[in-house]
Write a protein that binds this ligand. Structure first.
Ligand SMILES: [Cu+2]
Length: 174
């Protein structure tokens, strides 16, 4: 997925550079030789650019990672409740939260018992994987794929009172 995104970015960069070069060239030509031949090229250039951009858009929009996450049924659903000042995890159909499967879509149904909290998931290397707000009286559903096995940290991303910084939860992925 990232490779495709990188490739598309590269193509867009090339188009941008070519556009800039063309505009500089055409502006100079216009001064040197009068306008007519340049306007002729410009008439084709603009529609061609629009068609190219629509094609790239159509190609990339179907490959959005969010779309794959939305269409894949989650392998596990974890109910998350933020409290002052701890995280409560419950897994649907399980007596206790066990290890979550690596590389599968996990759905987190996130809410809060008291005030707003921020649910942030960090992988074993300390990189953030995803986050959403934990709000009282409302459930935010966020899906993530946890690629690395090991211990994940759940940190509160929104200041919620005196012991906010100690609000750390743990998820195991294997
Ligand atoms: Cu909090």
């Amino acid at each position: 997925m990232l490779k495709i995104a990188g490739l598309v970015t590269l193509i867009l960069d090339i188009i941008l550079v070519l556009t800039t070069v063309f505009l500089m060239w055409s502006a100079r030509k216009a001064v040197e030789h009068g306008n007519k031949p340049v306007y002729k090229v410009r008439a084709y250039y603009a529609p061609a650019l629009i068609i190219a951009l629509i094609a790239i858009f159509a190609f990339t929009i179907t490959r959005m990672p969010y779309r794959a996450l939305a269409l894949t049924p989650p392998a596990a659903t974890v109910k998350v409740t933020g409290h002052m000042w701890y995280w409560q995890f419950e897994q649907e159909g399980q007596p206790a939260l066990g290890a979550l499967p690596k590389g599968e879509v996990i759905e987190f149904a996130v809410t809060a018992a008291d005030v707003n909290h921020g649910f942030g998931v960090f992988d074993p290397d300390g990189h953030i994987v995803g986050q959403t707000q934990a709000m009282p009286g409302y459930t935010n559903r966020v899906r993530m794929v946890l690629e690395k096995p090991g211990l994940y940290h759940v940190l509160c991303m929104e200041y919620c009172g005196l012991v906010h910084q100690a609000m750390i939860g743990f998820l195991t992925v294997e």
